[in-house]
Ligand binder design. Structure first.
Ligand code: ADP
Ligand code: MG
Length: 310
């Protein structure tokens, strides 16, 4: 039976520069095409943390060296990262399809994701982005631009932006139409470009939507069967990194909620993946989520490799 699968690809799996990224997506493309070759409908969501940081830093440095170069607002930088990563993924997946003589269109959709202006994330920004500054530099910048800067893990001061929950994907209709026509769609890059829905207008806002939450949202909106979150580990563990560490084959919604409460999953890395998986899997009995490594993508769907949340 043909299944609709949303794959969420970690931004850390994409490397730190264009060449590294080209090499990385060539590997990812093989896993993705393995799934298509099995007959399933696939959509790809990717992270953009390191990439959007790079774009920001480039404009920041250029602006300071030459006033003619504008500062780049956050939604615009996110859009650039969707284009840059989308190009590499489109290129690599199309090349892999041609290599295997599979006829299929591949397209990236620049994606805006609506967030709620009343989301408590806006009064409590937590997501560090961009370059590091000394405390003095950060204070000087804050008085000029009004941004919030916080100390980040002993490495210096960084700007923090809110990380609100995704409400709905603006381009969901276009994504569905492309998928129904058999196109492999790349969308919701970096979690999507965050926009507020104000007075019948979508307005870009400085924020970062978690990529795993965004993938779960779009998976729900296109009525997917499986959400596959590909990351740096084969499985989810409890007591991660301790002598009592235990890798999990399956995880029920109740168990997942219990382990979340007991603090087994690190905030900012594994926790959003488990939370997004639970939200998706709990929304319909037929739906499931799988968390595993890039190399396991194909086996995850065909043989249940990884941690299955159902
Ligand atoms: P991505 O770039 O794919 O979003 P992250 O680095 O944000 O990846 O999150 C995945 C990482 O979370 C894993 O590689 C692992 O080091 C870490 N991690 C934290 N807690 C756990 C856990 N309980 N089980 C497995 N991995 C965990
Ligand atoms: Mg992550």
């Amino acid at each position: 039976m043909k299944q609709k699968i949303v794959i969420a690809l970690g931004g850390n799996a994409l490397g730190d520069n264009p060449q590294e990224q080209k090499d990385a997506v060539a590997v990812a493309a093989q896993s993705i095409v393995d799934l298509i070759a099995g007959g399933d409908e696939v959509m790809v969501v990717h992270g953009n943390g390191p990439q959007v940081g790079m774009i920001h830093l480039a404009f920041d440095e250029a602006h300071h060296a030459n006033n003619a170069v504008p500062e780049m607002p956050f939604p615009e930088a996110a859009a650039m990262s969707q284009g840059y990563i989308g190009y590499h993924l489109q290129n690599a997946i199309a090349n892999e399809l041609r290599r295997r003589d599979i006829q299929k269109d591949v397209a990236t959709v620049l994606t805006q994701v609506v967030v709620d202006a009343d989301d408590q994330a806006f009064t409590n920004p937590t997501k560090p982005i961009g370059p590091f500054y000394t405390e003095t530099q950060a204070q000087a910048l804050a008085t000029v631009n009004g941004y919030t800067y916080v100390e980040d893990s002993g490495r210096g001061y960084r700007r923090v932006v809110p990380s609100p929950q995704p409400v709905t994907v603006v381009e969901r209709g276009a994504i569905k139409a492309l998928m129904d026509a058999g196109t492999l769609v790349i969308s919701n890059g970096g979690g999507g470009i965050p926009v507020l829905d104000q007075d019948r207008k979508y307005v870009g806002v400085d924020a970062v939507i978690d990529k795993d939450n965004s993938a779960a949202k779009v998976a729900d909106e296109i009525d997917a069967d499986i959400l596959v979150i590909l990351t740096g580990v084969d499985q989810v563990a409890i007591n991660f990194g301790t002598p009592e560490q235990k890798w999990l084959e399956t995880l029920s919604i109740a168990e997942a909620n219990q382990y979340i409460g007991e603090g087994h999953f690190a905030p900012g890395s594994m926790l959003p993946k488990v939370e997004a998986s639970v939200r998706f899997a709990a929304s319909k009995p037929s739906r499931k989520a799988i968390i595993t490594s890039l190399e396991n993508a194909h086996l995850a769907v065909s043989e249940g490799k990884g941690t299955i949340i159902q």
